[in-house]
Structures are given as structure tokens and as C-alpha cells.
Design a protein around this ligand. Structure first.
Ligand code: EPZ
Length: 423
């Protein structure tokens, strides 16, 4: 197991290239199961979760090749299996994204029910209910979802009780293989959903309205394999913006899409940051000391839940009190206890966290519990006085490509070390 050690107090200065988006690449890789052929992906981030999805596709018979940095080919000419095992799914919940495409192409799929995770129970009941609307038979046995549609899927209206990103993506992929028209109401509007719809339309599908809460899919069309570049990672972008904000630094982020994180940019400006942006780049300068802001997370285009922990890290040293409301996940405050170990003054009650700004955090041994909590501990460590040891960084490696190398390049004193327990 590794840990990351940071000597805080350095102002970040320089340029960072943003990687492709994990949460866009995962559904796009699952979509290759929809039809035979050789897909070529570029700008694919080098992440644990991407490796896991590639392993899953290979287990089903696809031929997956990492060509060079960022280029990945997936040949789905032959599909032999339609099962995603518990061991695989428990390491990555997004494995459930193979359900829709397998139902569409093979009329069956057997995947382990994803368990909960640190940030919440995260059921997939809305995915399953949607598949049943399209005529699939769903049986839960021994912790597995057995989905079948022997007579194929038929287009229908699907209403999501809650906005669900992967639920929208899964149903969009199933609907592409259904006869007739499917309408998704209360659909997720995230840029990653729109990216998937763009890829499916390039494959020959007919999807209208992606990016709005009503998506119309005319299914049953012939599909072909495509080449596509993965969109930039808006959460990685926001995380480095938070790093500039907390260190009073100045970063230029290239290969990003500022349009995809306007809610985050507005909050960072309220905190006192100066931000200039172009189509595919932005420059952020942090203030001497951040100002407090109130943040409520909600589905896109509101402030993203995936940036809540990183924003909280910045607000722990603001010159006042901030109120954060986490409205998407029921337990996404695992980072609070760890930030408190660094001297943060946070009171967490239910959905709310009251963050009383302190002058300075102090370095400490802290434990990563989930992907974005780990990112918030890195952000806090960059500004804390002394050394911070962030342990269990395998959480971080799921969603951030070489984060310590990127931060070192802009002046951080940061290194990855083997974690031999009590060190
Ligand atoms: C996606 O997860 C992202 N993951 C998450 O990013 C992100 O935090 C989340 O969307 C919200 O933006 C990927 O795209 C791979 P949801 P997803 O379904 O789709 C409830 C990261 O850090 N719900 O939009 O699993 C659910 O419990 C990860 O990169 C149901 O109740 O999230 C949650 O409270 C973490 N039943 C809310 O809806 C369902 O069937 C939103 O979840 C589905 C969801």
C-alpha cells in the first residue's frame, strides 16, 4: 500500500495538462459492447478504474489494447460471456454500466449487484426499474442481477424518480437497442451523459435532447464501431483549481473545458480567486486567504458533489464560516474527521457541514476513505504547516492520473512512498 507525503506551505505556480474524464471514458468503454467492431479511443486517462473496465470487457471476450499514452483500442467482434463477477464489480461500481449494452445486444446479462461504498448505499434500483419498463425481466439471485429480454427490448417512457448519471447512461444504451422510441424523463444532464450520446450518435444511433432532462432515443438502428476522443475531466480541473486557491498560487490548466465547471468557477471567484478562461484552457490565481462561501451540491449544472470535499478543504482556512450542504449522497463527509485531524474546525450535522475557517492547518497522518476525500486531503496538505501523510492512496489512483507528478511540476513538495504502517 502507498502513501503520499506532502510538505505544505508552498505556493503553486505553473502549467498542468488535464487528462480525459474517468466518468466519460467508463460509459464509453461499456458502449463498445453494443455492436461488433474495433473502437479507437484517444485522451483516455491512465487510471485504475479504466484498467478495471478494460479487464471486464476482456473477460467478456473483447480484445483490449493500450496502444500508447492515452490511446486504447477495443475490438468487440466476439462476445463470449455476459457476466460481471462480484470480485470485479465490488472494486468498481461503474461495472454496472455493462448491463444496458449487453441487454441491447445479447438480450441477457448477469452482473453482481454493486455493494455500497464509503459515500453511500448507492443502489441501482432506478436502472433496473428502467430496464423493466423496456420489457426486460430482472431477477436478483445470490447477490447477482439476472437480466433477460428474450424477445428484445421495446421503447417506452422511463421516468427517473431521482436524477442518476449512470442510470441515464445505462438506459440510453439499452434504448439504442430497443425497437421503437424511448423517452427518458428527469434524465441527468452531466457533460459525460452528453459525451456518451455524441458517441452513440456517431455509431449510428438517433438520440436527441442529451444534456437536457428529457432525452429521446429512436432505437433499433444499425450501429458501427467508431473512433472518439474522451472529453477532459472537469473534476480533475476543479481539484487543481482548489489547489491554486488554497496555496494562493497561480496555475494555467490546459486541455480542459471551462464550460463544464461554471458552478465551481463561480464559487472559487466568490472565495477570492481570479479566473481567466479560453475554450480549452483556464488560468486561476488564488487569494491571500480564501473568503467563506455557502455551497449546496446538486445534479449538473449545479455545484458537483464530486467537488464538495475539495472545496471544503479550501474553506477550512477561509476568513469566516461556510455552510456546505451535500444533497446528492447521504454519507459524503468521510473527509471531515480527517480534516479535523489537521486542525480544521468543522461541525457536521446530517446533510450540512459548518466550516469555521482557521488561520492555518497543521500536517498530520490522515487516511483516505474514498476518491474525492483523498483529493481533499491532498489539497489540505498543500497548505498545511509541516508534513501530511495521506495513507491508502489507492483510492486516489482510481481517479487521478499521476497527481503527485503533476503537483510536483508546479512547485509542490510531494512524494509517493511505500506505507510501512506506523511510519
Ligand atoms: C456518478 O455516479 C459518478 N460516477 C459519481 O462520481 C458522481 O458522484 C455521481 O454520478 C453524481 O454526480 C460515474 O459516473 C462513474 P447517481 P452514479 O446515480 O451514477 C441515488 C467520482 O467521484 N440513486 O447519479 O452512481 C444515489 O444513491 C464518482 O468520480 C438511487 O437511489 O451516481 C445517489 O444518492 C463518485 N438509485 C443519487 O441517486 C439508483 O438506481 C445520485 O447517484 C441510482 C442512483
Amino acid at each position: 500500500m502507498d502513501k503520499i507525503v506532502i510538505e505544505g506551505g508552498r505556493r503553486l505556480e505553473g502549467e498542468i495538462r488535464i487528462a480525459g474524464a474517468k466518468n466519460a471514458a467508463l460509459p464509453a468503454l461499456a458502449a463498445t459492447l453494443l455492436c461488433p467492431g474495433k473502437f479507437v479511443f484517444s485522451n483516455v486517462p491512465d487510471l485504475k478504474d479504466i484498467e478495471t473496465m478494460c479487464k471486464l470487457l476482456a473477460e467478456m471476450g473483447a480484445v483490449v489494447k493500450k496502444e500508447s499514452s492515452g490511446i486504447l483500442t477495443v475490438d468487440t467482434e466476439r462476445l463470449e460471456h455476459c457476466e460481471a463477477s462480484y470480485d470485479l464489480v465490488r472494486t468498481m461500481r461503474a461495472s454496472c454500466l455493462v448491463l444496458g449494452p449487453l441487454l441491447a445486444r445479447l438480450g441477457k446479462s448477469r452482473i453482481s449487484l454493486p455493494g455500497g461504498c464509503a459515500i453511500g448505499e448507492r443502489p441501482i434500483n432506478l436502472h433496473l426499474k428502467g430496464f423493466q419498463n423496456l420489457g426486460a425481466h430482472i431477477a436478483l439471485e445470490e447477490g447477482y442481477v439476472n437480466a433477460s429480454a428474450p424477445d428484445g427490448l421495446a421503447g417506452q417512457k422511463v421516468y427517473f424518480d431521482l436524477v442518476t448519471v449512470t442510470g441515464t447512461e445505462n438506459l440510453m444504451m439499452a434504448a439504442v437497442g430497443a425497437k421503437g422510441t424511448t423517452i427518458l424523463e428527469n434524465a441527468a444532464r452531466e457533460p459525460e451523459v452528453t459525451f456518451l450520446a455524441d458517441m452513440l450518435n456517431k455509431m449510428g444511433a438517433d438520440i436527441q435532447g442529451a444534456g437536457t432532462d428529457r432525452v429521446v432515443i429512436n432505437g433499433g438502428r444499425t450501429l458501427k464501431a467508431v473512433e472518439i476522443a474522451v472529453i477532459p475531466d472537469r473534476v480533475e480541473t476543479g481539484t487543481f483549481m482548489a489547489a491554486a486557491a488554497i496555496t494562493g498560487g497561480h496555475l494555467k490548466l490546459t486541455g480542459c473545458t471551462p464550460l463544464h465547471l461554471e458552478a465551481v468557477t463561480l464559487k472559487l471567484i466568490e472565495m477570492g480567486c481570479t479566473i481567466n478562461e479560453g475554450n480549452d484552457w483556464l488560468e486561476v490565481s488564488g487569494p491571500k486567504r480564501p473568503h467563506p462561501v455557502d455551497i449546496e451540491t446538486d445534479p449538473y449544472p449545479s455545484f458537483p458533489t464530486d467537488m464538495q470535499a475539495q472545496a471544503m478543504a479550501v474553506l477550512t482556512v477561509a476568513d469566516g464560516t461556510s455552510v456546505i450542504t451535500e444533497s446528492v449522497f447521504e454519507n459524503r463527509y468521510m473527509h471531515v474527521a480527517e480534516l479535523r485531524r489537521m486542525g480544521a474546525n468543522i461541525l457536521h450535522k446530517g446533510k450540512n457541514a459548518f466550516v469555521g475557517g482557521v488561520e492555518k492547518l497543521s500536517g498530520a497522518q490522515v487516511m483516505a476513505t474514498d476518491l474525492r476525500a483523498s483529493a481533499s486531503l491532498i489539497v489540505a496538505g498543500l497548505a498545511a504547516k509541516g508534513k501530511t501523510h495521506v495513507r491508502r492512496v489507492y483510492h486516489l489512483d482510481r481517479g487521478y492520473e499521476k497527481i503527485e507528478e503533476k503537483l510536483k511540476k508546479v512547485g509542490a513538495s510531494i512524494a509517493r512512498r511505500a506505507d510501512r504502517g506506523g511510519e
